[in-house]
Design a protein around this ligand. Sequence first.
Ligand SMILES: Nc1ncnc2c1ncn2[C@@H]1O[C@H](COP(=O)(O)OP(=O)(O)OP(=O)(O)O)[C@@H](O)[C@H]1O
Length: 339
Amino acid sequence: MWEKLSSMTMQELFTAYPYAADFFQALPLPVKSFDRVCNYFSSMDEETSQDLGMDQQVLIEQFVAFMTQMQQLQVEEEAVKSVTIVGGQDKDGQSENILVTINAGEVICIVGPTGSGKSCLLADIEWIAQRDTPTKRKILINNQIPDVKRRFSIEHKLVAQLSQNMNFIMDLTVEEFVKMHAESRMVENAAEICANIIVKANELAGEKFLPATPVTSLSGGQSRSLMIADAAYLSKSPIILIDEIENAGIDRQNAIRLLVDRQKIVLMATHDPILALMGDKRLVIKNGGIKKVIVTSEQERHNLVLLEKLDRQLSAIRDILRNGGCIDLIPAEPGVTIC
Ligand SMILES: Nc1ncnc2c1ncn2[C@@H]1O[C@H](COP(=O)(O)OP(=O)(O)OP(=O)(O)O)[C@@H](O)[C@H]1O
């Protein structure tokens, strides 16, 4: 590695490996674009060496270690094309006797009464359970047990979880927050991606916000919108788990579409009928076990259109009430009558 890097000019180095600039930024020696990398290190005098507390050789070793680690981070993992849930057992220890495969770009809803085990199923997928959780389920990725390294990798997390409550504690603006995330992901054209995320998040959020808005002052719906747009465009995780999205003041249908368009595998625990019918399939959980897998039928999709109209009508009523109005008359939505 050193042989290859040392003969490059600093400019060539930064063009080929933009993250290399971070290493030199922290050093006191000036960077000259047309100087060779080896000359940068050999120009280090005694005083600089004392200030840094290391000699030229140690600094070179640190540079090589930094570049090696960054290159490893950039290695793309094999694309996730499917997730398979191999059944375990319910709360009474009865076998689930089920095998469900979910493909990239599919939305699967998890429905069931409170306490039935929906979050547990999401947790199994997040942990890529291998019969080592209370449900004894096994999760396969691309039809195989994933490599242990991948199961516990932080950089290449398979699953991004969007939980019900999003609380920011950082003193950053929306723009700074997204930029920081983009930099940590080392994406190219970070500025463009960040701007796009903020635009998309605003399309999803009921109330708009600005790039300069502090993240701590975002509402629940605005934070969720930002997290969903961020997950769609920045997260490398191919699987997105959503635990309840309702009542969050966000355009739920478009949020799901945005993730599906990015070829994510979306699993969503929900009590919301519209979201439940938006899925390609729904898993029905009872007493800790998957009892049924229902493929959304044509008739259900047809009914979804009607439900969406009803939902818009309810939203209109909510807005009227929010703005101090009265509901003496139910606002009409074409084709829908509420008695
Ligand atoms: N197969 C199982 N075996 C043993 N315990 C289970 C199983 N499935 C779920 N449980 C337990 O049941 C409890 C409720 O599960 P969970 O929180 O997943 O329900 P939920 O459907 O997400 O509830 P809610 O709708 O209220 O969020 C938890 O304590 C969980 O550990």
